[in-house]
Ligand binder design. Structure first.
Ligand code: MSP
Length: 487
């Protein structure tokens, strides 16, 4: 398989038991930036996202609204897709694990391969199952009897399940991860999984009795069992490429997985072990991001600190939200968002920073240049490229804002409105074009508006109108004064 000219990236597939939140928007946005960037450098790219639907949480959420799971899921999937459309997420495929044509054949093929490698055996098991995590958890992990991530009590179950021989792969995984043959970014997460593996990997339950998991993919040749949701879910990364049904896009494999830190062990222990067992290549990279908090706390209805990405987009526009998440949230650590932080960043760096710069340069160009500046087909900025190659997305965004600051300072120093020198002004426009081009993976609409203004030698409308008053709580437009300061 030769895939050096291809780029494949996946987001986690999300549980669609509530409408999409900031965390979902963030993970998918990171994938989007990586995809757009790789397309720009000429690589054939493929971006897979979707929904993880075989969870009891869906059944319960549907019941609560007196709906059938299918009907409920349609609505939720529409709300995910509509958020992605609003946020300008350029995914190639939206996979749903309930899709019997697209996903099931590959999930079944995966199971058969694990069985063929003699990695599945039936055994009885007693444990504590957390439906929030969709995994068995240990007594040790509980806080006051509750799962600390979901604040709910796990259910004690005794079941006959199929087990996967994960323990068999412990040494091999340790080796592959230590040598970066399975590359985990950042290093702290690599160390975290290595120490987990060193502390001992146990075999894991890979199926549940059908009466407990009515909603899911039946285990081939044993209808009394349903595949464990994580086996089903992880396999989406290859079923989306046609694994088990013609392999049409399997030339993209292996790819890059973008995940949150809470699902590290599924992606860097379970999944690679499954791939080895099934005779498939390991992912190239697992990129692990942090959690988005609000006011330093996990967003929750009880705390009332939920920031809805849709509302934010309605008020400020997609590119402003993209900007905040990409530049003001660390790509690998937890990051915070509040309405106040967002407004501050918007006013300082979009209305005053980028927006003002574009207005200044284009006003000069429109006033003093007789014709549009011809910009050579922009070569990508090497520094930016090297950041993005290393998944240093926040650093890449900072780099662009450094250029914005420098260009602003240059205008201040050269005072071109005094000299009216066409050459000086033309140079400023070229520098602005480079900025516009660099922004294309991060803020695609803004990038296009800048490049169009340059091509037409015309001031664009204010890109980021300054905000005068806090946004209205009804989600309507905030008051914008529409002005930009002139040189
Ligand atoms: N369905 C599984 C993933 C299966 S992938 C084969 C799942 N779904 S989830 O909807 O609960 O979460 C999916 C992703 O969203 C995880 O990567 C998680 O880290 C991320 N986030 C959930 N809340 C988040 C924040 N507040 N901030 C950033 N990401 C967050 O787990």
């Amino acid at each position: 398989m030769n895939n050096k000219d291809t780029f494949y990236v996946t987001s986690p597939i999300f549980y669609p038991n509530a409408k999409p939140h900031m965390g979902h928007a963030y993970a998918t946005l990171l994938c989007d930036v990586l995809t757009r960037f790789h397309r720009l450098v000429g690589m054939e790219s493929y971006f897979l996202t979707g929904t993880d639907e075989h969870t009891e949480k869906i059944v319960k959420a549907a019941e609560a609204q007196s709906k059938k799971p299918g009907e409920y899921l349609e609505e939720m999937v529409t709300s995910f897709k509509s958020l992605y459309a609003k946020l300008n997420i350029s995914y190639d495929q939206f996979i749903r694990t309930s899709d019997k044509d697209v996903h099931w054949p590959g999930a079944i093929e995966m199971w058969k391969r694990l069985a063929k490698s003699d990695d599945l055996y039936k055994s009885s098991y007693t444990g504590l199952y957390c439906i929030g995590c969709e995994t068995f958890i240990t007594e040790k992990e509980l806080v006051d009897g509750l799962c600390p991530d979901h604040n709910m009590a796990p259910e004690e179950v005794t079941e006959e399940n199929y087990f996967f021989r994960l323990s068999k792969y412990a040494n091999q995984l340790k080796e592959l991860i230590s040598k970066d043959e399975l590359k985990i970014i950042p290093k702290s997460r690599k160390n975290e999984i290595l120490s987990l593996i060193k502390s001992g990997l146990h075999d894991v339950s890979f199926s549940r009795p059908k009466e407990k998991m009515t909603w899911g993919i039946p285990v081939p040749s044993d209808e009394s069992q349903t595949m464990y949701i994580w086996v089903d879910a992880l396999t989406n990364y290859v079923t989306g490429l046609g694994f088990g049904r013609g392999e049409e896009k399997m030339y993209f494999w292996p790819g890059v997985h973008v995940i949150g830190k809470d699902i590290l062990r599924f992606h860097t222990a379970f999944w690679p072990a499954m791939l080895i067992s099934a005779g498939l290549e390991l992912p190239k990279t697992v990129f692990v991001h942090g959690m988005i908090t609000s006011g330093g706390k996990k967003m929750s209805k009880t705390l009332g600190n939920i920031i809805d990405p849709q509302e934010l987009i309605n008020v400020y526009g997609a590119d402003a939200v993209r900007y905040y998440l990409l530049r003001h949230v660390s790509s690998t650590e937890d990051g915070d968002i509040t309405k106040e932080l967002f407004r501050e960043a918007y006013n300082a760096n979009l209305a005053n920073g980028l927006g003002n710069l574009v207005a200044r340069v284009m006003k000069l160009a429109e006033t003093y240049l007789s014709k549009p500046v011809t910009v050579q087909h922009s070569v990508l900025n090497k520094e930016l490229e090297s950041y993005l190659d290393k998944f240093e997305i926040q650093k890449a965004a900072n780099h662009i804002w450094e250029k914005i600051g420098k260009l602003d300072a240059e205008i201040q120093e050269t005072k071109p409105w005094e000299s009216k020198d066409e050459k000086v002004i033309g140079d400023l426009v070229i520098k602005l074009a480079h900025i516009g081009h660099s922004l294309s993976s991060f803020m695609p609409d803004t990038s296009e508006k800048i490049l169009t203004a340059i091509k037409e030698n015309k001031m664009p409308e204010a890109l980021f109108p300054r905000l005068l008053a806090p946004e209205r709580s009804d989600g309507g437009q905030a008051r914008k004064d529409g002005s930009t300061s002139s040189p």
